[in-house]
Design a protein around this ligand. Structure first.
Ligand code: ADP
Ligand code: MG
Length: 594
């Protein structure tokens, strides 16, 4: 009797694999850029349109492929990087599964041009939903260019699952940053909607970090330690660079970005008492272990690796970070100094470690004979029980939980709206009142401040708008700043402008209306507030794009709004000094009833 089991057709198998490898446009960016790195490119250019949903292209000047490989690379399990399982223990490339290109091609339209240095002519290949449509010779310079269009067009369920263009753009930018950070010797360029948003010249890690995050080099503390088990290099951010979210923690293992709650905890714990409650340190650290001591074969997209000796790596990492912070004597924060002084503890060091760092402290040396460095004395002093009386209850959001995946959501409970304008919520046990319009305006404002690739949506019917002479003058003055916020506008004859596109958040509004309101509000506020012009413009744009008071919000919308707010640099007061949220702690509640 014939059985019921049969092999899946190749195309179906690839689409299923694509579900694993290609979850969103940023996954395509990661795979293509990693391939370019593996091809030893020295310049990698990334182009995207509409959050990568319609267009992602990576051009590199790496090894290129000959006509045979150019066809072969689109087959499943086709790779040049390993030939047998044992090679996994000696892996020096980012890729090895040979799955990425086949998966990508099964869910999009792809066009590739490639040429190795030794060939005189290149190859052009076009593929649609996994079927090769064209393969022909083409003129091309050395390297590879792969363009992926209409991602998920043949998988509507996946397509509908994508978030807004701005969210997808943000994910892409994050992937770009991670790869650019890991390979400072490679030059990178990033273009969003044909505009250059990032240009990174090759250099050393310090310059790359400074270029990517606009931080001052003196805020970066050098870390470097080589042991038999692991090499640790990179930079620790001074407490000044600490953030309210975990977003600026970059940890790499053998050139791969990893998310490892356990190791992040090792680093954060070394910073204990140097940061205020609820702050997370900034760092860019690279762990290098022998390829045989690390298992990267966990999941194609998860940012996880397994170390043969995880506990050891944890302890070493913690000591190295402590040592670097100690040697560079990061000065304790004001509160800690006051606390330490108030304690009047006899153990208080006569001088703080600024005057006497113990540069010889070796975390790997014998521990028994070692005397405590001043920094460590201060550390234990600050940790001593007396000090507890002076400090507040630690914010549960501050310490990452070891050993387990961190919950990405905070405990935001019992959320409801009052007067369709204010949100009441219990957040980590405290009662919060949030002004919804101000909260959303501020979230958008901070996003504009970071202003990485604000997506613009083209209007089907561009609009012309007649302005008054004053408005027009103001427009001309601020035109490039206005367009940087996601507007696509230009002059159109006397006192008239044409609007071709609007920021995604504003796409549903009437273009003319919004721009007039923003210009008017800008003119008015600018005269009153003595803020910087660009900030005033951003505030005006954010206020107009934000949800209004009186708008009924769903549970999910309220949760999302509060989560976004808590991820802002500053979330209780906005840029004009107005209160966004009020937090009622247990003691402030008790005060009502005294
Ligand atoms: P993997 O990277 O796991 O080997 P991929 O599907 O990503 O699998 O790529 C398949 C093969 O195609 C690679 O092993 C490599 O030989 C080749 N390839 C892919 N991208 C490039 C590129 N940008 N330059 C040169 N060769 C490439
Ligand atoms: Mg690859």
């Amino acid at each position: 009797m014939p059985g019921v089991i049969h092999l899946l057709p190749e195309g179906t198998a690839n689409q299923i694999a694509a579900g694993e490898v290609v979850q969103r446009p940023a996954s395509v960016v990661k795979e293509l850029m990693e391939n370019a790195v593996d091809a030893r490119a020295t310049l990698i250019k990334l182009f995207i349109k509409n959050g990568g949903c319609t267009h992602i292209q990576v051009d590199d000047n790496g090894s290129g492929m000959n006509a045979f490989d150019a066809r072969m690379c689109w087959e499943r399990h086709a790779t040049s990087k390993i030939t047998k399982a044992e090679d996994l223990y000696n892996l020096h490339t980012l890729g090895f599964r040979g799955e990425a290109l086949a998966s990508i091609a099964s869910v999009s339209d792809v066009e590739m041009k490639t040429k190795p240095a030794e060939e005189s002519v290149g190859t052009l290949i076009q593929i649609s939903a996994g079927k090769v449509l064209t393969q022909e010779n083409t003129a091309y310079t050395q390297g590879t260019s792969i363009a992926v269009k209409n991602l998920f067009y043949n998988i509507p369920a996946r397509k509908n699952f994508l978030k807004s263009i701005s969210v997808e753009t943000k994910h892409i930018f994050e992937e770009f940053q991670r790869i650019a950070l890991a390979y400072p010797a490679i030059s990178f360029e990033f273009y969003n909607q044909d505009n250059q948003v990032s240009q990174l010249k090759k250099g050393d890690l310090k310059t790359r970090v400074a270029d990517l995050f606009s931080v001052k080099e003196e805020e970066l503390i050098d870390t470097s330690e080589q042991t038999e088990i692991v090499g640790i290099t990179g930079f620790l951010g001074s407490p000044k660079l600490a953030k309210r979210t975990r977003g600026s923690q970059y940890l790499f293992a053998n050139g791969r970005f990893i998310k490892d709650a356990y190791l992040n905890h090792a680093i954060a714990s070394a910073y204990t008492n140097l940061l205020e409650d609820g702050q997370y340190p900034f760092y860019v650290l690279f762990l290098n272990v022998e390829p045989s001591k690390i298992d990267v074969n966990i999941h194609p997209t998860k940012h996880e690796v397994k170390f043969e000796d995880g506990r050891h790596v944890y302890t070493l990492l913690q000591s190295v970070v402590k040592k670097s912070l100690g040697v560079h004597f990061v000065i304790p924060t004001q509160t800690q100094l006051i606390n330490a002084v108030e304690m009047g503890n006899r153990n208080t060091p006569s001088s703080f470690p600024t005057s006497a760092p113990n540069a010889r402290f070796n975390p790997f040396g014998p521990t028994k004979e070692r005397t405590q460095s001043d920094w460590e004395k201060l550390d234990s002093l600050l940790k001593s029980p007396t000090q507890q009386d002076y400090t507040q209850r630690p914010d549960p959001r501050m310490e990452p939980l070891p050993w387990q995946e961190l919950p990405t959501n905070l405990a935001i409970e019992n959320v409801f709206q009052v007067e369709s304008s204010f949100i009441v919520a219990k957040i980590d046990g405290e009662l919060w009142l949030v002004n919804q319009h101000r909260a959303h305006s501020h979230i958008l404002f901070e996003r504009y401040q970071q202003s990485t690739g604000i997506a613009s949506q083209q209007l089907l019917f561009p609009r012309t708008v007649a302005l008054t002479a004053a408005q027009y003058a103001l427009y001309l003055e601020m035109q490039s700043e206005i367009n940087a916020l996601g507007f696509d506008t230009s002059e159109f004859g006397k006192d008239t402008i044409i609007i071709n596109g609007l920021p995604t958040e504003l796409a549903k509004n009437d273009g003319a209306d919004v721009i007039l309101r923003i210009l008017d509000e800008f003119a008015e506020t600018y005269q009153k507030a003595k803020l910087n012009k660009v900030e005033v413009l951003k505030i005006a744009a954010a206020r107009n794009a934000a949800i209004k008071a009186g708008k009924v919000l769903s549970q999910t919308e309220m949760q999302a709004l509060i989560t976004d707010l808590l991820h802002c640099e500053q979330y209780t007061v906005n840029a004009s000094g107005k209160q966004i949220a009020v937090k009622l702690t247990k003691s402030s509640l008790e005060r009502f009833f005294q």
